[in-house]
Ligand binder design. Sequence first.
Ligand code: DAH
Length: 339
Amino acid sequence: MTAAASLSDITARIQKATTLAELDVLEQELFGRKQGLLTVAMKELGSATPEERIAKGKELNALKQECTSLLASRRQELSLSMLGSFGETDRLDVTLDLPARQRGHLHLIPEFIRSVEDVFGRMGFDVAEGPEIEDEARQFDLLNFPKDHAARDAQDIFYVDVDSPPDNRFLLRGHTSPVQIRYMQTHKPPLRIICPGKVYRKDADATHSPMFHQFEGLMIDKDTSLANMKAVMITAIRELISPNAEFRFRTGFFPFVEPGLEVDMRWQGAESESREGKWMEIAGCGMVHPSVLKNCDIDPKKFQGFAFGFGVERMIMIKHQIPDLRSFYEGDLRFLKQF
Ligand code: DAH
């Protein structure tokens, strides 16, 4: 078959093509760089006479344009009809059962902290936060810890190796009480806050971890009393742990409160039978020491108030009878999914 003959029937072949792949082959047959029928015919013009060249050149250009637009329109037709037939060939079965999506939930520590914020929020307490790297002044001195007092020992541990004044070094905070100081330094009474967050100590066993969570509470007003403190704490614990809780307040020493108290709880009623009826220590608290108020420019003759500190993991362990604190941090889904 001569090139001219092939060219004359090529438009018919484009129109009859039934797949996109066929069109690609035809395009190549026409425009291929070396063997393409049109490419070759164009090259041959070079050896034709000038008259022939003009006449033949026009003809070939017209054919080129025709083929290009035929190829494009046939391509479009074929693509559209393929899309149309998808519905016939690829059926979507909307009744098919897919494996259920697993939904996660908050870890029980942040979840508990949220409920702490909720319960105290309803009693008018704001949430305040402080840094986990604290300075010695706020961690100890301004909280009325005497310089070489043994009360510092449990928290006098994780110093951070950064530039700091020699008498006010940075360390990982051992309790959330410094947030009280930060807040009193920047706010005027009346104040009502809770301060949840991470703290660091050197203990590590089934009931102690080098990192754990606490929340501090602070309320300062003109005539806030120890009775107010007991009411707030008991209301919160009953909501957070169980309405069937019984309490005992014992005197205890914390340099930043006077008097200082320790709070124990035990189960009462039906729960005490299934659970051990032992007293469990649950918080420290007391009336904010006048020196602490003065350190924060608050006049202890005009204002007084209470502070308390709870261990979050401890509360959750008591609530759910979890024997080993380390379960909180192991990331074992069999444990975490139970809560
Ligand atoms: N900061 C104490 C600790 O970590 C807990 C504490 C005790 C906080 C008594 C208080 C308080 O606010 O009044 O052991």
